[in-house]
Write a protein that binds this ligand. Sequence first.
Ligand code: SF4
Length: 373
Amino acid sequence: MDDLGLYLHVPFCLRKCAYCSFYSEAGHKDSRHWLAAVTRQIRQFSSPRPLTSIFFGGGTPTMLPPEELSSLLAECRQSFSCAEEAEISLEANPATVDLLALQTLRQTGFNRLSLGVQSLHDAELRRLGRPHTAAEAVQTARLARQAGFTNLNLDLMYGLPNQTQQSWRETLAQALALRPQHLSIYELTIEEGTPFARQQEQGELALPDEDTVLRMLEATQQMTEAAGFRRYEISNYAQPDFECRHNINYWRNGDYIGIGPGAVSCVDGTRRSAAADVAEFCRRMENGQNIWTDEEHLEPEAAFRESVVIGLRMTDGVSLDELHRRFGIDAAAYYGATLERLISLGMLELADGRLRLTAQGLLLANAVMADLV
Ligand code: SF4
C-alpha cells in the first residue's frame, strides 16, 4: 500500500530568524489553547490506512514541554493506526532541549531527530538571527546520541551573508564529525517579506557570488560522498537506508495529512490548507467551524505534471511506468519535443524506464522544472 504521512505543525519559535518565511509566531506563548485545538483536530481524523511516517515540525516543536509533545504523539497513535516501522521525526532547535527532554522524547516513540543547526560559525548564526551558538548545536547533537537517537538529521545552509568557501567547508566538516545519518543542506534563498529581503533591497546583504556558491555546492558533494552519504534529493544526503521516508512521500506526491494552523493536507487528490493563524485556528476549532482556508481538487493532468516536477527533485528521478499506472499518461509522448530538447541539452536522461536530472540538470534544476511544470 502507498505511504501516508502525517505532519503536525508547531507554530512557535523563540524569535524569528532573519531569513524565515515559514508560518510561526515568535516569543513564548501559552500553548494551552493551541494544544486543545490540535488535539481536537487529530481526534476528528480517522483513516483505514496506517501512517507510515509522522513528522512534528515547525516553528520549533521543542518550544513545547516534552510531555506535551509526547501526549500529542499518543493522540496521533490513538486516532490513526501506525505502521510498525513508521518513521517518527521531531524537529528541534539546539538549546531548546536538554538530555532529560531528549530521553523522554525518545522513549515515547520519536525515532528520528532533525536538528536545525544551519551553521557552525557563531558570526554566521548571529547574522541569521539564530537563537543558539555553534557550541550549543554540537552539544545538542551529542546529547541526542546519548538519549538514544540513532537517526539524526542536521539542517545546514550555505550561501549565507559573509560566508566564505572556507567557513562553509569548516561547518560541513564539523557537522560530518558529529556522525549524523542524514543532512539537509539548503542554499539560502531570500524570501519576500523577511528582514533579509529588506536588507537586500537596501544593499546591506553581502551574499557570496554565484561562482563561490557553486564551489560550495561542489565541496558539499565531495565531502558528503567521501563520508559515505548519497545525495538522494537536490538538497538531501543520507547514509544508506536513512533517507527520510516522510519527505520521500512528498516528493512522490503521495498522500499526507496536515495538523495544526497553516498545515496542508493532500489526500485522494484534494489539497487543503488550515488557517495560518493560531488564534483564528483555535477559534474555528472551538466553534466547530471549517478550519480550511484553501481547498483545491487536483485534476489528474495537473497532478501528473506536479508528480513529474516534484519527483525530479530525487536523484533517482521518476518511473514512467508508475506515472502511467497512476495517471494513465505516457510522459514521453505528453512532453514530446520539450523532453527531447532537455535530453539533447544534457539536462535530463532517460534510463531503465526512469527520467532523471543529469549532474548538469541538478545545477539548473529550477530552469528544467519550469519547462515541465
Ligand atoms: S527557528 Fe525555524 S521556523 Fe523558527 S524562525 Fe527560525 S527558521 Fe523559521
